[in-house]
Design a protein around this ligand. Structure first.
Ligand code: FMN
Ligand code: PLP
Length: 219
């Protein structure tokens, strides 16, 4: 037991897969995001579309979970979920969130902060319709984040939902759809030797502004 903890504790492997030049400061951050995302895909990073989204409700207790990035628009990042889930409730209380990507194979991290809002309904409809029927039924069956007595009750609910939509298309539930994160802060992080990493940060005052202030930060 101690052995693996020690191995990990004593692992000081350097990051050395690239660097960030000041040239990057001239690029639109959403275009740079797309470039890095594409590179994460092409380098076959594990789960390149997994992002950790953190929300904070009125109790001020941050809560984080992994979701899949599904759409990348010029305006921001879209993921899909249950609007009545814990995250949905917290977003209702406070629309400020952060999102995080880590692509180990590239020694890269992207940190995003911004404002979140429900995606337009037609975007959610289109995405929901593209999902496998099993996942569509699952969205109806799961009262996401609510306590259930046991697994059997969830499976019973799935059976009920299956009967309800037998021989019919499964419509998108009103309580399920996309959220659009509009960034006000995007940080590109490239791991470098001796823990002296490169960080290029883009910030703007509000989501309408097209003026990004760019800085390099200490690692
Ligand atoms: C790789 C991965 C991808 C996930 N993708 C989603 C997703 O796209 N949407 C979603 O609602 N939950 C997704 N989940 C489940 C969430 O992490 C989380 O358990 C769920 O959304 C409930 O979170 P909440 O109770 O904080 O609202 C994913 C989990 C993992 C590990
Ligand atoms: C609870 C939940 N909802 C939605 C999703 C996204 O699923 P899909 O890629 O089928 O839209 C996931 C993915 O793991 C999930 O766990």
């Amino acid at each position: 037991m101690k052995e693996f903890l020690d191995i990990l504790r004593n692992d000081h492997t350097d990051f050395d897969k690239g660097k960030l030049t000041d040239e990057l400061k001239k690029i639109d951050p959403m275009l740079l995001f797309k470039k890095w995302y594409q590179e994460a895909f092409e380098k076959q990073c594990v789960s390149p579309n997994s992002m950790t989204v953190s929300t904070v409700g009125v109790d001020l207790m941050p809560s984080s979970r992994v979701v899949y990035l599904k759409d990348l628009l010029a305006e921001g990042l879209i993921f899909y979920t249950n609007y009545e889930s814990e995250k949905g409730k917290q977003i209702g209380e406070n629309p400020q969130v952060s999102a995080l990507f880590f692509w180990d194979e590239l020694s890269r991290q992207i940190r995003v902060q911004g404002k979140i809002e429900k995606a337009p309904e037609f975007i959610s409809d289109e995405y929901f319709a593209s999902r496998p029927r099993g996942s569509q039924l699952g969205a109806w069956a799961s009262k996401q984040s609510e306590v259930i007595s046991d697994r059997v009750s969830l499976e019973k609910e799935l059976e009920r939902v299956k009967k309800q939509f037998k021989n019919k298309e499964v419509p998108r539930p009103e309580f399920w759809g996309g959220y659009l994160i509009r960034p006000t802060y995007i940080e590109f992080w490239q791991g470098r030797p001796n823990r002296l990493h490169d960080r290029i940060c883009f910030e703007r005052n509000n989501v309408e502004s097209e003026v990004w202030t760019v800085s390099r930060r200490n690692p």
